[in-house]
Design a protein around this ligand. Structure first.
Ligand code: GAL
Ligand code: MG
Length: 953
């Protein structure tokens, strides 16, 4: 029987952690790792068997034929085993450290491999969740845990020439589970690659490459840390011999420095014992000086995202191609930084970041967040103490340290790694102090750990201001804290990084412009990483996207896993464009007929085509194109013509660091406002009926409901367009969780309705049982020959944080789907989220206006800064003017509010057209700060919205 090791924190039989490399045979050219003759991939189809727990694994399990098959790497849940479960903070197992459930599913993976038997054989696993036992030819080789570590076993003594059998038994839970409580789907299995390295008996094991740059020179230091074969290291034309324990140096004149903008890599070749290792060396410096983070001496900003391993159809089992796709997509979206939340990425990911140019905050596989929610078991303990209960308990110290070592040692030679992060959300305590010391004893790069914030009374604490971290970090702080508190803390000596900000869940994130205005205001701000890169929505067996709770799990956190700046299948959303714009490398200003261009880069010129389009309310008036090359941190200027709209785009003419030629990396739109809304009025004939008031002018007839104050029916030339209602509700966005539900339930009630001259005046309020009136208004409907103008004064109350919106809503026939508008488009836009959009005249179709990308339906498709919007069925045009924003989508706010998944929305029966006096911003309050007051719909105010009908020309 397998000895159950799942309730303790040690691994057995592993080689010492070393830096990641793939040896090739001497004489072999460099290539992908699979090209190496020394690399034998064990990825592919394995035999498989699932057990309810280790107890059911028979004694002769290594001799058994397994009838099931599974792909490696993979997560067993995608093969119908176990179940999908998403939890954020809460532990998915009972909290009884270090016990794990007796019903702890176990999975046996089995396959054969062949070797010639006269070399040294290493078996490597790049990631297995959560722990595993390795058997070669029926003999126990070792046991490993820490899911995202590289586990290397020397299996030479266990193999023979010819075919060998490999059995791996994985357990779902282990003691390590207490330290891997990251916000993610709880997947199981061999989820990263497995391979053999067939190496000569004498070989190099571990080496460290360090670089030093100063003046116009650089030095590359190669330290041979462990190994048996003497090595010859080539760098450029320099060649040096080195033995274990020794260091050799290479000097570089006029070094070309590595940065995300200029990811220049030098080749290094290491020959030892018949092997060749092809290394890439990036020359760069990283330091914190005078409260500023400097890369190559420059106060670079980090345009970042947090990245988990995730693929909607494979879970955590992302391939090298998936990673490369992510990296290239990030580059094309102006991202320059990745935090590997909350565990090290697969080693090849770092090489991609070196190659294409991404700064990496490499985080250790550590999070104990669930200690915070264990409830009764720790009654009376403050949440900070709870959160730190494992982290401050010395009996767990070794795992905190080991988790750092396997991060630092594997990735230490990667130039992309600028910062080490000790982990995420694990409170604070002795084990973190030890972890920090451990990292610092191994590598000089700055150390990051955001929960230093959790130190009790930080302002009085010497530990807080000590060098346990070299970078101060926060998650989701308010703009006020950044502006007012951080910079004025006189004891603070470190720069500030936001390891998480702009929670990208649902319709959002709003406020990117505020964040970046603040970040740009001081070199103490390093920028930050948006939470997070991609949604974790599951597509299982071809079904539409699903989230927590959709698989029958009892403990889950709903759609909190759907919070990426791109969708799970890496599609662009309006939030993506928002980020891309906030992160763009150029700023544009227009002063008269001069266009000024600033290159935000520190190292690379902005080289490409500048396309300038001139327009008059959407109508093109010509385009100019010219090549530009703006040196880093400099302004350039070019002449431009006068036009109502000047639209500028910066487009790459050549591929650049993985971003294809033709990609637009930056834009700006200069829209001169010259719009004057039309108002005129006509004589009306008003007629009182039972409970209603009818008004007629020219071609228009409106019937008011005297109880609700709404227009029950609005007719134009005899055709009924249904009602016009005042509304307060928008389908809650994920960020609207502080919005009071009463705004949906409240009914409009007229207290007074009178015809006055050519107008009808309605005084009313929105009420709901048990509550005082939520919102009162006075509207004056002034009729014209072809429409109506509604002037309203309002006064809100203080239910919840803000009123989602206030506007006039019409349900139009579905045939009114042709849309033309002048507002921020072509995607959706809001008062605090329209960086990625621009103001112009756009045509669209209502069927395209709702973003089917949030998985959980919510408010979407509005356009901010609206001058007008027109809807037409081809014959009649309905035009609205004067609103702050509008939306024309095929779903009602109720239908969106009631549906749990996009694919469950009812078939559309109409066009829901809402013209808003105002709409609150979207913010990022799903996890981030409250919506700033200036983006909340104002408590009182007034506005005028006009509707006009006409025959289509
Ligand atoms: C943070 C955490 C992330 C994620 C996020 C919410 O507090 O570090 O892992 O849970 O909140 O989406
Ligand atoms: Mg967490």
């Amino acid at each position: 029987m397998i000895k159950n090791l799942s309730e303790q924190l040690h691994s057995f039989g592993l080689c010492e952690p070393r830096n990641y490399y793939i040896p090739f045979s001497d004489g072999q050219e460099n290539g992908r790792r699979t090209d190496s003759k020394r690399f034998v991939s064990l990825d592919g189809v394995w035999s498989f068997r699932a057990y309810a727990s280790l107890e059911y694994v028979p004694d002769d399990f290594c001799g058994q034929e397994l009838s099931q098959k599974i792909a490696v790497p993979s997560c067993v849940q995608y093969y119908g085993y176990d179940f999908f479960q998403y939890t954020n903070v809460r532990y998915p197992i009972p909290f009884a450290p270090l016990r794990v459930p007796r019903k702890n599913p176990a999975y046996q993976y089995s396959r054969t491999f062949s070797v010639n038997g006269d070399e040294t054989y290493y078996l490597l696993f790049e990631g297995v969740d959560s722990c595993f036992y390795v058997y070669v030819n029926g003999q126990f080789v070792g046991f490993s845990q820490i899911s995202h570590r590289m586990s290397e076993f020397d299996i030479t003594a266990y193999v023979h020439a010819g075919e060998n059998r490999l059995d791996v038994v994985v357990q779902k839970w282990c003691a390590g589970t207490y330290f891997e409580d990251q916000d993610k789907w709880r997947f199981t299995g061999i989820f990263r690659s497995v391979y053999l390295l067939c190496r000569p008996q004498q070989h190099i094991e571990d080496y460290k490459i360090e670089t030093f740059v100063s003046g116009g020179e650089a030095e590359v230091r190669f330290s041979y840390r462990r190994g048996t074969a003497p090595a010859e290291v080539c760098f450029g034309r320099q060649k040096k011999k080195v033995r274990a324990g020794k260091t050799v140096c290479f000097s570089v004149r006029r070094p070309r420095l590595w940065s995300a903008e200029t990811p220049f890599l030098y080749d290094m070749t290491i020959r030892a014992g018949g092997e060749t290792i092809y290394e890439k060396v990036g020359l760069r410096t990283v330091e914190v000086r005078d409260g500023t983070f400097l890369l190559n001496g420059k106060p670079v900003k980090m345009y970042g995202v947090n990245r988990h391993d995730f693929h909607p159809e494979k879970g955590a089992a992302v391939s090298e191609e998936d990673m490369e796709e992510d990296v290239r997509l990030m580059k094309s979206l102006n991202v320059n930084t990745v935090r590997t939340s909350h565990y090290p990425s697969a080693p090849e990911f770092y090489k991609l970041c070196d190659k294409y140019g991404l700064y990496v905050i490499s985080e250790a596989d550590l999070e104990t967040h669930g200690t915070d929610t264990v409830g009764e078991a720790m009654n009376g303990v403050s949440w900070i103490r709870k959160l730190s209960v494992l982290t401050d308990d010395e009996q767990y110290r070794d795992t905190y340290i080991e988790r750092q070592i396997v991060n630092v040692e594997v990735n230490k030679n990667r130039p992309c790694v600028l910062i080490w992060s000790l982990g995420n959300e694990s409170g604070f305590g002795r084990n973190i102090l030890a972890a920090s010391r451990e990292v610092k004893s191994r590598d000089p790069r700055p150390v990051h750990y955001e929960p230093v914030t959790y130190i009790e009374r930080p302002a009085e604490s010497d530990v807080y201001y000590s060098d346990v971290v070299d970078i101060q970090s926060r998650m989701y702080p308010s703009f006020e804290w950044l502006r007012d508190d951080f910079l004025s803390d006189t004891r603070e000596w470190r720069p500030l990084f936001l390891c998480e900000y702009a929670h990208a869940m649902g319709n959002g994130p709003g406020g990117l412009k505020e964040y970046w205005d603040i970040f740009e205001s001081s070199e103490r701000f390093m920028g930050g990483c948006i939470w997070e890169w991609a949604d974790h929505s599951i597509s299982y067996r071809g079904a539409p996207f699903r989230y927590g709770g959709d698989f029958g799990e009892r403990t889950h956190d709903n759609n909190f896993c759907v919070d990426g700046i791109v969708t799970a299948d890496r599609k662009i959303k309006s939030g993506t464009l928002e980020m891309k714009k906030a992160y763009q490398p150029l700023w544009f200003r227009k002063e008269g007929n001069t266009l000024k261009i600033f290159n935000r880069n520190y190292f690379a010129p902005a080289k490409g085509a500048l396309l300038v389009t001139y327009k008059n309310y959407g109508e093109s008036q010509g385009e100019e194109s010219r090549e530009i090359s703006v040196p880093p941190r400099e302004w350039a200027q070019i002449a431009c013509r006068t036009a109502q709209t000047v639209h500028v785009r910066f487009v790459l003419q050549e591929e650049q660091n993985g971003v294809p030629a033709g990609t637009c990396l930056a834009f700006e739109n200069f829209f001169e406002e010259a719009f004057v809304p039309q108002v005129c009025s006509a004589e009306i004939a008003a007629e009182e009926g039972l409970g209603e008031l009818t008004v007629r002018t020219g071609d228009v007839e409106a019937v008011f409901d005297k109880l609700s104050g709404e227009i029950r029916s609005l007719r134009y030339r005899g055709r009924d367009f249904g009602g016009v209602r005042l509304v307060l509700w928008r389908a809650k966005t994920d960020n609207d969780w502080n919005v009071h539900p009463a705004y949906r339930e409240a009914a409009d009630e007229a207290r007074e309705i009178v015809a006055e001259g050519n107008s009808v005046v309605v005084k009313g309020h929105f009420v709901r049982e048990s509550l005082k009136p939520l919102f009162s208004y006075e509207s004056r409907y002034t009729f014209t020959a072809d429409g109506v103008c509604v002037e309203t004064k309002w006064q809100g109350s203080d239910y919840g944080e803000y009123v989602p919106r206030f506007g006039l809503c019409m349900k139009l026939p579905a045939s009114f789907s042709a849309l033309r508008y002048c507002a921020y488009g072509p995607g959706e836009s809001y008062s605090d989220k329209h960086l990625g959009a621009y103001k112009d005249v756009f045509t669209s179709d209502v069927s395209r206006e709702y973003e089917h990308k949030y998985v959980k339906p919510q408010e979407s498709g509005s356009h901010f800064g609206a001058d007008f919007a027109e809807l037409s069925d081809g014959n009649i045009v309905l035009r609205a003017e004067g609103m702050q924003s509008f939306c024309a989508i095929p779903y009602s706010a109720d239908a969106l509010s009631d549906a749990a998944h996009d694919d469950e929305l009812p078939a559309s029966d109409a066009v829901y057209f809402t013209a808003d006096y105002g709409m609150s911003g979207v913010g990022s309050n799903s996890c981030g700060p409250k919506l700033p007051v200036r983006y909340r719909f104002p408590q009182c105010g007034k506005g005028r919205i006009a509707f006009r009908f006409s025959e289509k020309q």
